[in-house]
Design a protein around this ligand. Sequence first.
Ligand SMILES: Cc1ncc(COP(=O)(O)O)c(C=O)c1O
Length: 373
Amino acid sequence: MLSTPHMGDWELEFVKEAFATNWIAPVGPHVDAFETEFCQLVGTSHSAAVSSGTAALHLALRLIGIQAGDEVFCSTLTFIASATPITFLGAKPVFIDSDRISWNLDPELLSTALAQRAKIGKLPKAVLLVHLYGQSADIDPILAACDRYEIPLVEDAAEALGATYKGQNPGTFGRVGIYSFNGNKIITTSGGGMLVSDDSELVSQARFLATQARDPAPHYQHSQIGYNYRLSNVLAGIGRGQLRVLAERVAARRRNFEIYQQTLGDLPGIEFMPEASFGKATRWLTCLTIDPEKFGTDREQVRLALAAQNIETRPVWKPLHLQPVFADCEYIGGKVAEGLFQDGLCLPSGSNLSDADLKRVIQAIKRVNAVKT
Ligand SMILES: Cc1ncc(COP(=O)(O)O)c(C=O)c1O
């Protein structure tokens, strides 16, 4: 498997505590403590624990005022959940290509695109920046471009908890950021997400909307449409335990990467996802590209050969501007993300992989190369 849950020593204790105190609800002491501990860990002032990263992004976009008909600039190389919340609100994504140093949104492309849009008076209502595969995008120039036109930056750090950008956590730079605790993430609550912001009013509004927008009244009264998006107290207990082992999980995933790189890095045509000098990546997933000319076979043949040996790998995300569902959306950029999709492969990367597991994957890849060259 690509990335499986990896529990530590504390999760079950916190879950037992939730049972013992009968806080089996989308509210309770673990939810509060999870939020506080999360803020301390990533260095933000306020957070709201919710049922998924997608829910957090939906709330984030709604709270910065995205409405039907608006445009939101969004990284193209990402999972669909980065962009679906834009469409939940009736707004439209405009997709932007990646750079080669981080595989994330290209700051120069963004800056040029915003300048052009400013000229014709058609600026987007927000920029949604994704930090992919455990690596931060180059935030400073992106933030500067947004600030120039007073456009709010929303950060999708679903895959980048534990990474740094110039020493600070991606997800905490923009107006609002989100994280995911889905089962495949670096730490998990089985399902869950977090919205963070230094704006206390925005986060308290997020909590309000996440609990069906219930007005303060003894009866049930509602003046706005809300959602049922709060995180369960039981799952928040798992999250508290997982926060305690995050640093270990990052170290384990970086070690996987190093072993893959040391053993496969010299094969012809293989290039690993670079680590940009501005930050530290978690290597949530170890990703590489395979040049078919040099390697002797293409990425898909490698994937199928590994699948035949029961080893799960995945192509790098298919860029969203190539997804049929977004066929009518504008795209700004060239072929960087497209090339990464065509040649890119994500290897088994869980923090609980054994050395024997790693060896099996490495030998399987070497065998494909030996047969084909
Ligand atoms: C980049 C990205 N954004 C958003 C999400 C959505 O998070 P969730 O699955 O918790 O809804 C995910 C992962 O699933 C993701 O990888």
